[in-house]
Design a protein around this ligand. Structure first.
Ligand code: SF4
Ligand code: SF4
Length: 489
């Protein structure tokens, strides 16, 4: 039996909101597999892990798990089913921009041909595990899709399993924690062994009793030298946000501008750890558990679908005619984004498809009521950031804490003027990143320029040296010849 404890969190989340969760909508039916669709699409630059390049061509026959995309970060994405690459073309994708982008299109052939990697056998070190995660396409499945490898650095003392899933409607992680508990604990344990971590914290909301029972059941059977600290959290949104979760479970405040890993803590979702466990067994990532939910779906539930499955197929799997829906939200109601082209395929980060009709309230001017500031979990003054951004003063918004905003949209929920504050902050963040990227690009260009100049100077110096050496040699030869001539006469 693993050494573990269950305790109630003694800290209270500052700010945040209690909201109707609507979780029961998608959990009435058990999770099930969906049929393989007739087409699968894989965005080459937006499958997670950054921009990439196709490593297949039109007409190629691929097996399940044949590598098809190599990201510049090194991450490999594979075909989720065997079939033929029928096109590489601009296609709709599940992305907040709503834009089309280059995608690989595969028509599954119904065969069961598969590829796999060699299983890793213990013991292995962190570098080996990191390489395997890259090769198998394991991403930090947190929505932001940071490649997991960036989060693993030496000096890490604690791993937190983020079982909070506090956003309304979504039940994907809750379901995974119940149906694949052993893989989640195994992935966490092997990662901890590779990084020499002694404590695994499981942060889970106290409204998930089935998942808690499943976790306890596995830990009672599990042999490990790690200590499992299960922390029951108040179901207040956004307690599952990384910064808030670290503080609630460990009492560590992550400094402004830093990430949890810099304080010795890594946070992973259940899905990441389950994928890691599969990757250790040689299985690259091919499927994704997705919550299909919302009052506009006839049969909301959780399904496991091949990555690349078109959204239209999943709407149909939820018993609804896609023609009846104008748009669907990818993710939850707080942090998700709407898309209208249902031909887009799901990616590794698609945790929820939410269909509901929401009456948009007209926006009115800010009345400076301060309600947004009272719910902000980061203690920001959202209205001041809003004024700065509306006035084009990005630096002022940054000074007010824009880069600390976790984009939770709790402020939107309480704003009586219905101002889409989080949208403004996302835009501000985007502009900030653009400026940083431009600065980086310009500093890289300067570095390249300086390196080139140094190289040219080195080449010129080498050429000078060669010329001088040649000259010296020829003078020496001439002198020798002169002396020889003098001696002969
Ligand atoms: S809640 Fe809305 S109206 Fe009130 S201060 Fe904030 S932005 Fe202004
Ligand atoms: S979206 Fe940003 S400003 Fe608004 S409540 Fe969340 S963290 Fe605070």
């Amino acid at each position: 039996m693993a050494d573990y404890q269950i305790r109630h969190c003694e800290r209270k989340l500052e700010g945040g909101i209690y909201t109707e969760t609507y979780k029961a909508l998608s959990t009435a039916e058990p999770c099930s597999f969906v049929n393989t669709p007739t087409r699968l699409t894989f965005p080459i630059h937006f499958s997670g892990g950054g921009p990439g390049e196709s490593i297949v061509s039109i007409g190629d026959q691929v097996a399940k798990r044949t590598p098809i995309i190599r990201c510049h970060s090194g991450i490999i994405h594979v075909a989720s089913r065997a079939g033929i690459v029928v096109d590489i073309t601009d296609h709709a994708m599940t992305h907040p921009s709503g834009e089309r982008s280059s995608c690989i299109v595969i028509e599954p052939d119904g065969s069961d041909t598969q590829e796999s990697l060699n299983p890793l056998s213990w013991p292995f070190d962190a570098n080996t595990l990191r390489d395997r995660a890259i090769e198998a396409g394991v991403l930090g499945l947190s929505g932001a899709s940071f490649p997991s490898l960036k989060r693993w650095i030496d000096g890490t003392t604690t791993l937190i399993i983020n079982g909070a899933e506090c956003e309304p409607y979504i039940t994907a992680d809750d379901t995974l924690m119940q149906i694949d508990t052993h893989s989640m604990i195994r992935g966490a344990y092997l990662l901890s062994q590779a990084l020499d971590i002694k404590t695994i914290v499981i942060g889970i909301e106290n409204n998930k009793p089935e998942a808690l029972t499943a976790i306890e059941g596995v830990l009672k059977q599990y042999h490990s030298n790690c200590f499992f600290d299960i922390v029951l959290l108040d179901p207040k949104y956004p307690s599952g946000s990384e910064r808030q979760l670290v503080w609630l479970t460990l009492g560590i405040e992550i400094p402004t501008g830093s990430r949890s890993v810099e304080t010795g803590v890594i946070v992973h979702n259940p899905g990441t750890l389950i994928d890691l466990s599969r990757a250790i067994d040689g299985k690259s990532i091919t499927d994704r558990l997705v919550t299909l939910t919302g009052q506009a779906l006839a049969r909301p539930r959780n399904v496991i679908a091949p990555i690349g499955t078109p959204i239209t197929d999943l709407i149909e799997a939820a018993g609804t005619d896609p023609e009846l829906l104008d748009s669907i939200t990818v993710g939850g109601p707080m942090m998700g984004f709407a898309i209208t082209d249902f031909a887009a395929g799901i990616t590794k980060t698609t945790n929820c498809l939410l269909a509901r009709s929401v009456e948009l309230q007209p926006e009115s001017p800010c009345i400076r009521c301060g309600a947004c500031a009272t719910v902000c979990p980061v203690r920001l003054q959202p209205q001041l950031m809003l004024f700065a951004l509306k006035g084009g003063a990005l630096n002022h918004a940054i000074h007010e804490g824009l880069t600390d905003c976790v984009e939770c949209a709790a402020c939107d929920t309480v704003c009586p003027s219905h101002i889409p504050l989080a949208e403004w902050f996302r835009l501000g963040w985007f502009q900030t990143k653009e400026i940083s990227a431009k600065r980086l690009r310009s500093s890289e260009a300067r570095e390249r320029f300086e390196t080139r100049n140094l190289r040219l100077k080195r080449i010129a110096a080498e050429q000078d040296l060669k010329r001088l050496t040649r000259k010296a040699k020829s003078s020496e030869a001439l002198e020798k010849a002169r002396k020889a001539r003098e001696a002969a006469s």
